[in-house]
Design a protein around this ligand. Structure first.
Ligand code: SF4
Length: 378
């Protein structure tokens, strides 16, 4: 029987390139098509990542007090969010935080610092942390996320042993001025290109739920495809109280699944991470999202709390997946299967916009881990 999304998966497995019309069909699929969308995206996920889930662990090296004005960010200029604020962690503190995530199964540690971009001294500081980390845990990948890079900084990080560099495009070029006025979309693209040019694995993703239109979201997803990022984190807006996007609840769990599926269809063999905000926006559909995404952050985020790391590891095991790098992680691609019948994709489903949604809960601020004396959630 005709199944639009199953056929689309087959086309992508044959090396097809997702068109705008197909992308919009995914985003506008109806609720009764949702499982067909997920099962088709799951075929792509299985073909490229088998039964593995990559576990990443965030260490916030420097929190808050940023001079930039990104509207979605709790660390922005003028933010009244009651987040932890601290300057650079000492190397031994950073090492201790990273080790906790590694013990819990993380194969990548992401070292993040607030700010527009690092000074050369900041880069040296992070480089020496990374050298220590690599001596202690040579098998672990290190990703740095320090903002906009200046000439030579990506090379310095690479020579210190950094494997990857994260700098998110976040949204489309046409939407960028609405979410930030202190730097430009082109600055972000340039930094990803710099990182790539220095031999760092480019990681660049999105924040969804900021009021972007379907077309703007498709633009952003296609821009990430054009950048050829090796990994794409998809963050779901956490509308911190005290930021301009406070009270912005534009996502439903089903729509979050459609967005993840869109990224999977556009970039089938790219690591796709369900990132910040997954708990509050995907809610009970998180295990279904794991059939599309092959990567997540364990434990807490930069300035907010995630669900218990133990619950994440249980979700991975309960869903039949294994943590990448752990015993039993399959290298082979999973068998393809037919996703079954689907109705046509011609009826767009409106994204639910309900800021009175009882599930719209305040973001819980992180009060443990980096920058505190309390053990992190990992
Ligand atoms: S996203 Fe980065 S640059 Fe923007 S306000 Fe937050 S910490 Fe600063």
């Amino acid at each position: 029987m005709f199944n639009y999304f199953s056929d689309l998966a087959a086309k992508q497995l044959d090396g097809g390139t997702l068109t705008r019309e197909e992308a919009l069909a995914i985003l506008r699929s109806t609720d009764d098509q949702l499982l067909d969308v997920v099962s088709a995206a799951a075929r792509l996920r299985r073909a490229h990542f088998a039964n593995t889930v990559k576990v990443n662990y965030l260490v916030n090296l420097k929190s808050g007090l940023c001079p930039e004005d990104c509207t979605y960010c709790s660390q922005r200029l003028g933010s009244a969010a009651q987040i932890l604020k601290y300057t650079w962690l000492k190397p031994e503190e950073a090492a201790e935080q990273a080790a906790t995530g590694i013990r819990a199964g993380a194969s990548r540690v992401c070292l993040v610092a607030s700010g527009k971009g690092p000074t050369d001294r900041d880069v040296d500081r992070v480089a020496s942390m990374v050298e220590g980390l690599k001596d202690e845990h040579p098998q672990v990948e290190v990703c740095a996320c320090l903002g906009i890079l200046k000439d030579g900084q990506a090379d310095r990080l690479k020579s210190a042993g950094v494997d990857a560099y994260n700098h998110n495009l976040n949204t489309s070029e046409s939407n960028y001025a609405d979410i930030c006025t202190t730097h430009e979309y082109a600055d972000r693209v340039r930094t990803v290109e710099h990182a790539k040019g220095a031999g760092l694995s480019p990681c660049s993703g999105l924040i969804v739920g900021m009021g972007e239109s379907d077309d703007e979201l498709v633009d952003a997803v296609f821009a990430l495809r054009d950048l050829d990022a090796d990994s794409i984190p998809v963050n779901f807006l956490m509308p911190f109280e005290g930021t301009p996007l406070e009270g912005t609840w534009l996502l439903t769990p089903a729509h979050c699944l459609r967005i993840l599926a869109l990224v999977r269809f556009a970039s089938p063999d790219t690591e796709l991470r369900m990132a910040g905000g997954r708990e509050m926006h995907l809610r009970s559909l998180q295990p279904l999202a794991l059939q599309v995404a092959n990567s997540l952050f364990l434990g807490d985020y930069l300035t907010s709390e995630g669900q218990a790391a133990k619950a994440d590891l249980e979700m991975i095991a309960d869903s039949g997946f294994v943590v990448l790098g752990a015993d039993g992680a399959a290298a082979a691609a999973g068998a393809e299967y037919d996703g079954g019948a689907a109705a046509s994709a011609s009826e767009p489903a409106a994204a639910v916009v309900d800021d009175n949604d009882p599930a719209s809960v305040p973001v819980t601020i992180r009060r443990r881990g980096a920058g505190t004396r309390l053990a992190p959630n990992a």
